[in-house]
Design a protein around this ligand. Structure first.
Ligand SMILES: Nc1nc2c(ncn2[C@@H]2O[C@H](COP(=O)(O)OP(=O)(O)OP(=O)(O)O)[C@@H](O)[C@H]2O)c(=O)[nH]1
Length: 214
């Protein structure tokens, strides 16, 4: 892990249906042979020192945890959605509950292949933060790579219980620190086969981006 790694738990969001991609995004392979999930686990393992969780829609086959632990370089646990099929906010809710009483959870969606550990170190929660700390590069806001606080859990639970799903809608109702970053490639997600082809054909797809994010 990076020397500046932060003392928080980490959660990789990997419970989506990947409808637009047409196959499970978590299993897509980067040019270096690792799956997107293995890559995401290695990124969070370098960024934070706390327990690592994989947020899934349900239980995972036996043996999967060992593969994930090898990728992370330390133990990994599964965090199944308490109520599956409700989108990434359900994964974050289930993750925040699983790591209680931790004050902060480092979150990374599995479909963000450009994210690097320096992003979380740049976003590090500060005294006075009482809502998610999330990156923005120009017009590109990325709510699924950053820090989510336990303090947001009551609002998040109420939002989900009322049938809310859209992350942007929740973020209008809670305080957010949008932290500017210049490395926009860290925030780009791959949802479709065309976006994936564009990413893996890009030189940055073959290696982690440069560590600086400011
Ligand atoms: N735990 C959990 N993660 C989810 C869920 N839905 C989406 N995610 C994750 O959230 C991130 C963003 O997902 P989306 O692109 O919005 O949805 P998706 O289901 O992956 O893809 P589409 O079916 O094409 O919309 C990805 O890392 C997904 O794995 C869910 O219901 N539970």
């Amino acid at each position: 892990m990076a020397p500046e790694a932060l003392p928080y738990p980490g959660l990789v969001l990997a419970g989506g249906a990947s409808r637009r991609m047409g196959r499970d995004k978590a299993g897509l392979r980067l040019p270096d042979g690792r799956t997107l999930l293995e890559h995401a686990l290695a990124v969070l393992a370098a960024a934070v020192t706390g327990p690592l969780l994989v947020s899934t829609a349900g239980p995972v086959p036996p043996g999967r945890l060992q593969t994930w632990a090898r990728a992370a370089g330390r133990a990994v646990a599964v965090c199944p959605d308490l109520r599956p099929g409700r989108g990434p906010l359900e994964g974050i809710r289930s993750g925040l509950r699983a790591v209680a009483p931790a004050a902060w959870l480092a979150v990374l969606a599995v479909d963000l292949p450009g994210a690097a550990p320096a992003l979380w170190i740049h976003l590090a929660p500060r005294a006075g933060d009482d809502g998610p700390v999330l990156p923005v590069a120009g017009d590109l806001r990325q709510p699924l790579a950053g820090f989510w606080p336990a303090a947001v859990l009551p609002a998040l639970e109420a939002f989900l219980d009322q049938g809310g799903r859209r992350v942007q809608q929740l973020l209008q109702a809670v305080p957010v620190r949008w932290q500017p970053v210049t490395a926009a490639g860290m925030l780009v997600n791959c949802n479709t086969p065309a976006e994936w082809a564009a990413w893996t054909g890009h030189p940055a797809g073959a290696r982690p981006p440069a560590p600086g994010v400011e």
